[in-house]
Design a protein around this ligand. Structure first.
Ligand code: AMP
Ligand code: MG
Length: 352
């Protein structure tokens, strides 16, 4: 299959040329095809959520385990009622606060969304993305677009159309290239299918932000790195976001982390391994060996989130054998950053 990459300018969606590009992509979706498109979090791999065959094509293109459900993307709040059995008041409040935006909510579903889309579950995850191209595409197609991240299963999520092309060339007919995404980390998932709301995946919207909007919200015990409890979101149990090289997170006070990474890089070199280092702008000058890349400034966590997957993918191109990374405080957005880094590292964490 030939993969067409169509550049699309989010600021010119009212122009005839861009309208035609959206219409062509929407046509593919209506026919049951798969189209990659930008959202504000990461690039998504879209298909008609109401069409079981279309959903199956997403799993096939990604190599995604069939028990890992897809998020259904909508473009109008009122569409939520068409696919859910009940809509708790707190969910409405949260949606009003953060939609369109990087928030996914889970509800008990009705029959409109088939089990092929929800990985066999009787619940459905729903999000309204805050990206003009995504919203235009959803509206122009079927209104309900299932879209996981547009990477091959297990790899870091794509934050540019180039990342998508690298993973999906020959597997899907079209990629809409809207440039690099703004957020760079997946949505926060809040489960409303049981009595009390629970965060199943930390994301750009922090636990404190959710609490401020609806009062208390718990955190799925399965997110704790000890692995004692299975996570409720099926996708959270898989190794994920992983670069080709082994990734080791080094945790502790920076005055100990820097010398520890320098020593680890040196030891790797002695074993004939090529080592990489993920550092921050503040610490870049402190490393003596290895291929050193900054993930952003410690003063701006949003920047770290935005660069994270791109840096992991850059190391894939450089053929390193092992990457040592600094860690970050788990406060605020740090919770989501560390969740992704820990999964990318397959929980190889070294305390110093
Ligand atoms: P992705 O779209 O690749 O970011 O992955 C979607 C995430 O949402 C995965 O971790 C899924 O397991 C999770 N998810 C989607 N639908 C549900 C659901 N109905 N219940 C629990 N988790 C879900
Ligand atoms: Mg994903």
């Amino acid at each position: 299959m030939k993969t067409i990459v169509e550049k699309i300018d989010a600021a010119k969606l009212a122009d005839e040329i861009e309208k035609q590009k959206i219409a062509a992509a929407a046509r593919l979706l209506k026919e049951g095809g798969v189209v990659a498109f930008p959202t504000e979090t990461v690039y998504g791999l879209g298909a008609d959520a109401q069409n079981p065959e279309a959903s199956r094509r997403i799993y096939e293109a990604k190599g995604r385990p069939s028990d890992n459900p897809l998020i259904v993307h909508i473009a109008a709040f009122s569409d939520l009622e068409l696919i859910t059995r009940e809509l708790p008041k707190a969910a409405k409040v949260l949606g009003e606060h953060f939609w369109p935006g990087p928030l996914t909510m889970i509800f008990r579903k009705n029959d409109r969304i088939p089990l092929e889309t929800t990985g066999g579950l009787d619940t459905v995850a729903v999000r309204m993305p805050n990206h003009p191209v995504a919203l235009a595409l959803i509206k122009a197609s079927t209104g309900f677009i299932a879209a996981p991240s547009a990477n091959v299963s297990g790899k870091p999520s794509p934050t540019t159309a180039e990342h998508v092309f690298c993973d999906m060339d020959g597997r899907i007919p079209m990629i809409l290239d809207g440039g690099p995404v703004g957020i760079g980390i997946e949505s926060t998932i809040v489960d409303f299918s049981e009595d009390t709301p629970m965060i199943l995946r930390p994301g750009f919207i922090t636990q404190e932000m959710v609490q401020q909007a609806i009062g208390s919200v718990s955190l799925d015990k399965g997110l704790e790195p000890d692995g004692a409890t299975a996570p409720k979101a099926p996708g959270m149990k898989y190794r994920h976001y992983a670069p080709k090289a082994e990734l080791v997170l080094v945790k502790g006070e920076m005055c100990r982390v820097i010398p520890a990474i320098n020593r680890l890089v040196q030891e790797a070199g002695q074993q004939g391994k090529r080592a990489g280092v993920i550092c921050t702008e503040e610490t870049c000058g402190s490393y003596q060996g290895g291929i050193v890349k900054s993930i952003g400034s410690r003063k701006e966590k949003a920047g770290i989130a935005r660069h994270m997957y791109g840096v992991l993918r850059e190391f894939d191109e450089l053929d390193v054998d092992i990457i040592f990374s600094e860690s970050f405080s788990e406060e605020g957005l740090g919770q989501a950053i560390m969740n992704r880094m820990q999964k990318a590292a397959g929980h190889r964490v070294m305390e110093v």
